[in-house]
Design a protein around this ligand. Structure first.
Ligand code: CIR
Length: 263
């Protein structure tokens, strides 16, 4: 049963956090060179502009120098129109980001929940669809954290499904994103994992795996601007695509969902 009549990709508000100068030292699985801070800032501005053009009011939080990955504000929290849930990021260097976002959320949401001090969940491992909230187990999200989050979600009237993110993928949403009520965009590895048995899948083009972290916002799909073949696939399927540059954030294993909390 759907928990709301409002489409889960309909967003009026978003929170982002400006990249800190330390962002160039952000975590990455494979070092393809440090991103340039100026280029990171430019990508962040383009992202804010794309959200704004899609009809979202964007609140920009100041940078946190002590937390190089804090521009990826999706990871320490999960938000819905009616409530916010503070999470516990699974990377030790990111755990303290939660305390920095908590007051911001408490001031904006009518209801606020906290993951108990056991287990870990990164927001990048959560895919919200109209019928359920998928929680992907990963190197950052463990069973204890996922179970605790599922129980908070149940208290808010939402069904959760805990799934296993295929190995070698940072977050569940690194390799998939919601396009509409019936469709996800996914890499072949994610499609083959068979996690979304009741959803149609549009595959990203081979060699464009990073395109899978796209972001459906209101009437458009934000997609990394370098991913021309995936863009054609989405346009052929009838989606209105807006390209956003993500080359530098890609060096930090991040993409388009990671840079905002949306409701
Ligand atoms: C990290 O490894 O935590 C950051 N460098 C990238 C976080 C990406 N966030 C996301 O996919 N939600």
């Amino acid at each position: 049963m759907a928990y709301s009549d409002r489409p889960v990709w309909r967003f009026e508000n978003a929170i982002v956090r400006e990249p800190s100068a330390s962002a160039v030292d952000g975590l990455r699985a494979v070092d393809r060179g440090a991103p340039s801070i100026d280029a990171l800032r430019a990508e962040h501005r383009a992202y804010v502009d794309a959200l704004t053009a899609a009809g979202v009011t964007v609140d920009i939080l100041p940078p946190l120098e002590d937390f190089p990955d804090s521009m990826f504000v999706e990871d320490p929290a999960l938000v819905f129109p009616d409530c916010a849930i503070a999470l516990r990021p699974g990377a030790p260097s990111r755990l303290g980001e939660t305390a920095r976002i908590e007051p911001v959320l408490k001031a904006r949401f009518p209801s606020f929940h906290t993951l108990p001090c056991l287990g870990y969940v990164d927001g990048g491992d959560i895919l919200v669809t109209p019928h359920r909230v998928y929680i992907g187990l990963s190197a950052r999200t463990d069973r204890t954290g996922a179970g605790a989050l599922a129980s908070i979600l149940a208290d808010t009237g939402r069904a959760a499904k805990i799934v296993a993110t295929p190995p070698g993928i940072l977050h569940l949403k690194t390799a998939c994103s919601l396009l509409d009520g019936e469709t996800v965009l996914a890499t072949r590895a994610m499609r083959d994992a068979g996690l979304f048995e009741d959803m149609e899948t549009i595959l990203v083009a081979e060699g464009e795996e990073a395109a899978a972290n796209a972001l459906r916002v209101n009437d458009v799909v934000l997609l990394g601007s370098a991913f021309a073949q995936t863009r054609s696939r989405l346009e052929e399927a009838g989606f209105d695509v807006v390209g956003v540059p993500v080359e530098e954030v890609g060096k930090l294993d991040a993409g388009l969902s990671c840079m905002s909390l949306r409701w």
